[in-house]
Design a binder for this molecule. Structure first.
Ligand code: SF4
Length: 264
């Protein structure tokens, strides 16, 4: 197993800075079969090999019900890496088609995370590792702003619920291009996503939009990354005044007018 030093450094940096993995933690990787999760599993396995402290590693795949996910290939990959592999078949595709046909991805991601959390708890893993990278974080930041009017993105480490299960994203210091380039070290391929929405999502639109901006300003990603950090000076409008607050302000305003008029 091999990864260039700068790649391992990026993962260790994220793991240490965001306090992701501690001795004897049990880490389950959400293995969708895409390039990001294939690389994440390989990277964590390599890290485990050279880690100064022990931790356990496994992988879990959620079959969403969209079609062939090449589960045998994924199982073989895990076997080669000597990592336990779990597969859960679900009806998420049908549920999403019924409940959110216009915005399938956020519901799909929500249910998939729920299914992964259930396997973690069943198999007694305390950490769920997801393969989101730096570009994903930036795109999520823009998606939240454009489609729900909120300044937010996912955190590198977060608590999934009150059960103590934590979600970690060890690839947050990797760009998408770096992950793409790193797949060659894993001696594996990304499996095709059978979802009919793949390639035509809001995220893809945001990605295209950002790529266009980058042509004009190569620092767009760096600036957005910097804007995502807490502690930045933020200058925003105050919250919208309620009816009562508007009445009070009106009274104050009118009081001042009266006073000024009396002085005249
Ligand atoms: S593209 Fe398909 S599989 Fe991916 S999040 Fe959207 S609905 Fe789910």
């Amino acid at each position: 197993m091999h990864l260039p030093k700068n790649y391992l450094r990026k993962i260790w940096r994220a793991v240490m800075e965001f306090e992701m993995i501690f001795p004897h933690d049990k880490v389950m990787v959400g293995l969708s079969g895409g390039k990001d999760s294939m690389f994440l599993l390989y990277a964590l396995k390599t890290m485990q090999k050279y880690s100064p402290f022990p931790f356990q590693l496994s992988a879990a795949t959620i079959d969403l019900g969209y079609g062939n996910i090449e589960q045998d290939y994924l199982a073989e990959y895990c076997q080669r890496l000597e990592v336990p592999f779990y597969l859960e078949k679900t009806q998420i595709a049908q549920v999403v088609a019924k409940t959110s046909p216009d915005n399938p991805c956020s519901s799909c991601a929500f249910y998939r995370r729920g299914a992964l959390a259930t396997i973690c708890k069943k198999k007694e893993y305390n950490l769920l590792a997801l393969a989101h990278h730096q570009d994903d974080a930036i795109e999520t930041f823009i998606l939240s702003l454009f489609y729900s009017g909120q300044l937010k993105t996912f955190r590198p480490t977060s608590n999934l619920d009150r059960s103590g299960l934590r979600v970690i994203r060890p690839l947050v210091y990797f760009t998408e291009a770096e992950v793409k380039g790193a797949l060659k070290y894993t001696d594996s391929k990304a499996v095709k996503n059978p979802c009919p929405y793949a390639g035509n999502t809001k995220r893809e639109h945001v990605k295209t939009f950002l790529k266009e901006l980058v042509k004009e300003n190569p620092n767009v990603y760096t600036h957005l990354l910097s804007a995502m950090r807490e502690g930045k000076k933020i200058e925003l409008w105050p919250p919208k005044a309620t009816k009562e607050e508007m009445q009070q302000r009106y009274k104050r305003f009118m009081g001042k007018i009266d006073k000024n008029e009396k002085q005249m």
